[in-house]
Design a protein around this ligand. Structure first.
Ligand code: SAM
Length: 263
């Protein structure tokens, strides 16, 4: 895909220099925002999308008429609901003591990683994201987002995000090197309505999770593997022929289910 880096409109010199540095790092052109607007007007902008560094130093991607950016709103909402007494199936199924080392094998926007990390006192979350574009935007967000609440900042500080494909990472990992492995791949049937993931979709990796991948997760986990799926997807049904889930649990209203494999 063809892309470039620019800034928001009327940048300071400092901001333009920071964006130029990012362009060098990504090995793509830097185009000033003014030039980009001109090229667009003339119909000469030959890019699939572009990264924007804005005056608040947030990094996002503009494509078609959409914006892909990091935001912790889902983590915020889920923690709020949980504190108000609503069930959160992920948190319940993880059963954290607070000292766990968790591998979040499919990081995405990191909403669930932030939520999990909040419940860790001394543990950590290692996140893997195979898509370089998702990784860059989210990594930048974790480091630069002006988190409103101290809990989010603290949770983000316990997360290490790597631009790696879990399929390779798992096979290179030692037996029982994480307490919990969590995996939330892209659903087979996407949930477009009210999904905070919509802007991420064009950049996500969709390669299916295989039986061998799950066997690797079981080998690498010390306590348990937690997998997420939708009730309408065939993911758990296909696995169920070969792998015994300890239990499958979830919400009928959202159709989101978690499969837990305890060791
Ligand atoms: C459904 S999203 C995860 C959402 C995440 N749980 C959250 O709370 O934001 C799945 C993410 O996993 C990534 N992914 C898919 N296959 C992967 C793989 N083999 N290794 C690492 N990341 C992968 C996708 O690019 C996508 O960003």
């Amino acid at each position: 895909m063809k892309y470039a880096v620019t800034t928001s409109h009327k940048p300071t010199n400092e901001l333009a220099m920071k964006a130029q540095k990012i362009a060098v790092e990504y090995k793509v052109p830097y185009i000033s925002r003014r030039k980009l607007v001109e090229l667009k007007k003339e119909g000469k902008l030959d890019l699939d999308f572009y990264y924007v560094l804005d005056r608040n130093e947030q990094l996002y991607i503009l494509y078609d008429n959409s914006k892909f950016f990091f935001h912790p709103s889902m983590a915020k909402l889920r923690l709020k609901n949980y504190r108000e007494g609503q069930r959160d199936h992920l948190i319940e199924n993880l059963g954290l003591t607070g000292e766990e080392r968790i591998l979040d094998a499919t990081f995405g926007l990191g909403s669930e990683a932030l939520l999990m990390s909040h419940f860790l006192k001394s543990g950590e979350v290692i996140g893997l994201e195979a898509s370089v574009h998702v990784y860059r935007v989210v990594k930048h967000g974790l480091e630069h987002y002006p988190f409103q609440y101290p809990w989010m900042k603290e949770a983000a500080s316990r997360i290490t995000l790597l631009n790696q494909d879990m399929k390779h990472f798992l096979r290179d990992s030692a037996d029982e090197s994480f307490d919990i492995v969590y995996c939330d791949p892209m659903f087979e049937v996407p949930q477009y309505s009210s999904s905070s993931l919509n802007p991420l979709r064009p950049f996500a990796v969709y390669e299916p999770i295989t039986l061998e991948d799950v066997q690797e997760m079981i080998r690498v986990a010390r306590k348990k593997v937690v997998l997420k799926s939708r009730i309408t997807d065939s993911f758990f049904e296909k696995l169920g022929e070969f792998i015994e889930f300890s239990y499958v649990d979830g919400s009928k209203s959202s159709g989101v289910i978690y499969g837990v494999i305890k060791k």
